[in-house]
Design a protein around this ligand. Structure first.
Ligand code: ATP
Ligand code: MG
Length: 577
């Protein structure tokens, strides 16, 4: 009934749970005193005694006890809030740290929506577990024992009957627990699935509209929502049934205790006030357990959510290396192989030297493994076989932060953040003055256009969506240029943009290659032609390497690609001539 791992997370919250139980226990003692005073007074009235002094005493006790109970209830709910707040904070921090440690190359298939739901709502669901369920768990054991200790002086038989009946409630909880776990597991599956498709459909709404596929998606989402509704109903039915069983047990047990007390009264074994106390307090034996049962169902939901949280926290993470200094700025790869799924080899036994400063180009058909190679070289894919050395050290042994100070990777979809242009640029060079930023913008020829806007204070929308594709790429390049590293890797950095932007970007890359190591991946072989060395990949294998001229003379794979591209680009021109 208590999840060991969730319990171990309490840490500082322990003292709040202890105080919570203490407050409830004091409240119980006050309740007992109150019932004692009431029972005594009624006994006296029944026996025809004058109730003057006794009545005043009873009134004072009841008022005092009620005040104490009020304070205790407030203290208990405050402690519940504090303990759950502490644990929620700890859990969210753990999830966030894990995400940061896993980095962008999460190999698991946890969707963004699922992660969001787990970190926000999943963690919220644990509020009841820590704030109410756990303290109630201890209190529900303490309360019947305390009542038993008091009432056995009145009638040990009735007290024993009540005490024995109490464990029937947790037994009924345990019986439904397994069933409940299964139902709640499927409830969370449906819930996160629905969240995932909702987010995906929302993000891709424009595409769905273009292909008029939104209607069909709507139908599918409705089906998923219906499945979720059914899962929710199953949970509610299970909870309601289980609560009915608990109620029957609780009231049945109390009735049994009261019957024993009445029989004892009949045989004059207990006085009237004793019998009254048992009648008034019998329900108190069961109420804490009954309350625990109600909390249990809400807490179970939190526990089901915690399974997901722990599964995420347990994901394997690659160890960070220790190398921080480069001996040179060259790459040496030998017999390098790579597979994403452990089965299909995406790179096969590649060996090459990418020497210091100057441009090396990587060419090959789509899917031949170029981006995968770039991913390995910039330390993103550590699970490779063979050897890939940068600066004299195996790449997987490099400290990630140190490697990022050596290598800048520029892809075709570098992310621009909502905020100012200055903010986006300073990400790469936090200490750069405005002059430096403007210089970088001038290099990519964005300065004039930005002057017409608000200069460095120009606001960008999320993902830079208020810029054109070419402007986005150029801004991303300006940011990369500010990240002044010895190595630059460009992976299709000029794809999908206009000829002018491409020319600007290529001019900058050429300039960089004068004194830095540049690796250029481009479908446009015209851009690769000037490289000192071109590696040509086919289906994960290194088929050819050499200068543009050498490769043309070999008249093989590269030459074929070159001719095909030229024919395509000149198509129509011949006709005009
Ligand atoms: N994250 C991934 N998980 C599994 N397989 C992948 C992943 N990324 C790429 N692949 C596979 O690896 C192979 C090589 O992909 P890669 O992206 O390296 O090709 P590429 O040469 O860069 O292609 P393109 O020119 O189209 O960008 C492809 O067959 C692709 O299906
Ligand atoms: Mg690619």
């Amino acid at each position: 009934m208590i999840d060991r791992r969730l319990f171990s997370l309490i840490g500082e919250g322990k003292k709040y749970i202890f105080l919570n139980v203490l407050a409830q226990w004091i409240s119980l003692l006050a309740g007992i005193a109150m019932m004692y005073a009431i029972a005594l007074t009624m006994d006296a009235l029944y026996s025809g005694l004058s109730g003057g002094i006794l009545g005043t005493f009873a009134l004072m006790t009841v008022t005092g006890a009620m005040f104490v109970r009020y304070l205790c209830t407030r203290a208990s709910s405050r402690c519940g809030f504090l303990s759950s707040r502490t644990v929620k904070h700890v859990l969210r921090e753990k999830i966030y740290d894990k995400l940061v440690r896993l980095g962008p190359d999460r190999s698991d298939d946890t969707g963004t929506a699922e992660l969001l739901q787990t970190a926000s709502e999943g963690v919220d669901q644990l509020e009841t577990y820590y704030g109410a369920y756990l303290p109630q768990f201890f209190y529900a054991m303490l309360a019947p024992l305390t009542l038993f200790a008091v009432l056995c002086f009145v009638s040990w038989k009735a007290a024993l009957v009540l005490l024995i009946a109490v464990p029937l409630i947790p037994v009924s909880i345990i019986v439904v627990q397994k069933w409940a776990k299964k139902i709640l597991g499927s409830y969370w599956d449906q819930y996160t699935e629905l969240g995932d498709s909702f987010l995906e459909n929302l993000q891709g709404l424009t595409t769905l509209k273009i292909y008029q596929a939104d209607g069909e998606r709507n139908v599918r989402m409705n089906e998923e929502a219906e499945k979720f509704r059914r899962a929710t109903m199953r949970v509610l039915i299970m909870q309601l049934n289980s609560i009915s069983v608990m109620d029957l047990t609780a009231w049945g047990g109390a009735a049994a205790g009261i019957i024993v007390a009445l029989l004892e009264l009949k045989s004059h074994a207990v006085p009237i006030y004793g019998c009254l106390m048992i009648i008034l307090l019998s329900a108190e034996f069961f109420l804490p357990m009954r309350q625990l049962g109600s909390y249990f169902h809400i807490a179970m939901n939190g526990m089901a959510a915690s399974d997901r949280i722990f599964a995420f926290l347990d994901l394997e993470e690659g160890k960070d290396g220790t190398v921080t200094e480069a001996e040179n700025h060259a790459f040496e790869i030998s017999h390098l192989s790579f597979s994403y799924d452990g089965q299909r080899q995406v790179l096969k036994e590649i060996s090459a030297v990418l020497s210091e400063s100057g441009m090396t180009a990587v060419a090959g058909e789509s899917g031949s493994g170029k981006s995968t190679l770039a991913g390995i070289l910039c330390g993103g894919l550590k699970n490779y076989e063979g050897s890939a050395v940068y600066g004299g050290h195996e790449i997987r042994e490099w400290n990630h932060d140190a490697l990022m100070k050596e290598i800048t990777y520029v892809g075709s979809n570098a992310y621009l953040y909502k905020g100012t242009v200055r903010g986006n640029l300073q990400m790469a060079a936090p200490d750069a003055e405005d002059e430096e930023l403007l210089e970088a913008l001038a290099k990519v020829r964005l300065n004039e256009w930005l002057q017409e806007q608000d200069g460095l204070d120009t606001q960008l929308q999320e993902a830079g969506s208020n810029l054109s594709g070419g402007q986005r790429q150029r801004l991303a390049l300006a940011r990369a240029l500010l990240h002044d590293t010895p190595v630059f890797i460009f992976d299709e950095a000029t794809s999908n943009i206009d000829a002018e932007s491409e020319a600007v970007i290529m001019a900058n890359i050429r300039q960089l290659a004068v004194d830095r190591t540049v690796i250029l991946i481009s479908h446009r072989l015209g851009n690769a032609a000037e490289a000192r060395k071109i590696l040509v990949l086919e289906d994960g294998c290194l088929k050819e390497s050499g200068t543009h001229q050498e490769l043309l003379e070999q008249n093989s794979l590269y030459a074929g690609m070159w001719n095909a591209q030229n024919t395509l680009e000149n198509y129509g021109k011949d006709g005009e001539a």
